[in-house]
Design a protein around this ligand. Structure first.
Ligand code: KG4
Ligand code: ZN
Length: 356
């Protein structure tokens, strides 16, 4: 039997310092040997959001230790690693630079290939860590910085079908949480609050729901939440606002995903696979509504494991593994790229004044 590749993944694009070792099992499917994530929530909490310089400093302090831990837990030795894959973008430049330089240095000292990974491609391929998934598939990427429908045709082959024209969905969750008085990062807490509230208490807008194809918009919804939040006092009203927001998001995603199915089918008539990935894909109610839609539309819904929705290095190693098998390596002068869209040909679609 030929030796299975052993890939080290490194992630430092925002506020998680992460390292992971993955390989393949005897059937040729990816296998996670270790997946270490160190979150910086406590550092940024008092500022109500991520402070880039503090995040970068913390990455510098931790990256060495986290990587050592990932190697120890994997049961492998440093010398066993066949390639080092590190996130090169998109993200905060000061943060990206830490993991990227560390990864390059390690690869160079081990005399092993270096692989630069697009963080968004990591999310896109994250379900492959525990599910068999063939190209092409439709992807809804919902994270703190991005919200897009993409046709995933292969490694580095993406066609954007729709995008948010203003806020990302994770951002909308976090801002709503802040307005309700939930501590940063509040996104996941909205779900808990929503469980205790009346989803029909507040009527919230669904911007561009009847136009713009499967493009999305959340800014108007956020403004409406702010207006209500200013006038609510009781805990129950907060629960009701969270529930109404959660329900509105479910309705928006249901309608827009249905439209995305049609666009996707036009270019890939034989594929019925719908992947929902990124931090917000951890939301159980969103998963439920997507499952319902897929049942109605004869699509197969695939989500990454709950713990692989948020930022992690296993998904970076996953992209590294696919690139390693295709011998797609990068030079050590590969730059950090704060902006790095999956579909480089997609037109910029952001801000007021966009007409559909
Ligand atoms: O993918 P991710 O970890 O980081 C980025 O690449 O942006 O996504 C983080 C986002 C945050 O906005 C967070 O509030 C949101 O995902 N999030 C959630 C849930 N868990 C994380 N939003 C809604 N419901 C959740 N359960
Ligand atoms: Zn992410």
């Amino acid at each position: 039997m030929s030796k299975k590749p052993i890939i080290l993944g490194i992630e430092s694009s925002c506020d998680e310092t992460a390292a992971s070792i993955i390989t393949e099992n005897d059937q040729g499917y990816p296998k996670i040997l270790s997946n270490i994530i160190s979150s910086q929530i406590d550092i940024h909490k008092e500022y109500g959001g991520v402070v880039p310089e503090l995040a970068a400093r913390s990455h510098v302090e931790k990256i060495d230790l986290i990587t050592k831990k990932a190697i120890n837990e994997s049961g492998k030795k440093l010398q066993d690693i066949d390639a080092v894959a590190a996130t090169a973008g998109p993200g905060l430049i000061v943060c990206l630079s830490v993991g990227l330089s560390f990864g390059k240095t390690l690869a160079s000292s081990l005399e092993k290939p270096f692989i630069a990974v697009n963080h968004l491609e990591g999310h896109a391929l994250s379900p492959k860590l525990d599910t068999q998934l063939d190209y092409p598939y439709l992807l809804l990427l919902i994270s703190g910085g991005h919200t897009q429908f993409l046709s995933v045709e292969g490694l580095e082959k993406y066609k954007r079908l729709g995008t948010t024209i203003d806020d990302a969905l994770g951002e909308a969750f976090d801002k709503t949480a802040k307005m309700i008085g939930i501590e940063f990062p509040g996104g996941p807490k909205i779900e808990e609050y929503a469980d205790k509230g009346n989803p029909n208490k507040f009527k919230l807008p669904k911007p561009i729901i009847n136009k713009g194809g499967c493009n999305l918009s959340f800014a108007g919804l956020k403004t409406a939440v702010l207006k209500i939040a200013k006038n609510i006092k009781s805990k129950q009203e907060k629960y009701d606002l969270a529930a109404s927001f959660q329900k509105t998001i479910e309705e928006i995603l249901y309608i827009k995903s249905k439209i995305a199915f049609k666009s996707f089918k036009n270019i890939n008539p034989k594929s019925n696979t719908f992947v929902v990935a990124g931090g917000v894909a951890a939301n159980k109610k969103i998963r439920r509504i997507i499952l319902k839609l897929c049942e109605e539309e004869n699509f197969n819904a695939i989500f990454p494991a709950q713990e692989l929705c948020g930022d992690n290095a296993a998904m970076i190693a996953m992209v590294g593994l696919e690139k390693f098998k295709k011998k797609q390596f990068n030079k050590l002068d590969y730059p950090a790229k704060p902006r790095w869209p999956l579909d480089e040909n997609a037109i910029f679609l952001k801000g007021a004044g966009i007409k559909f």
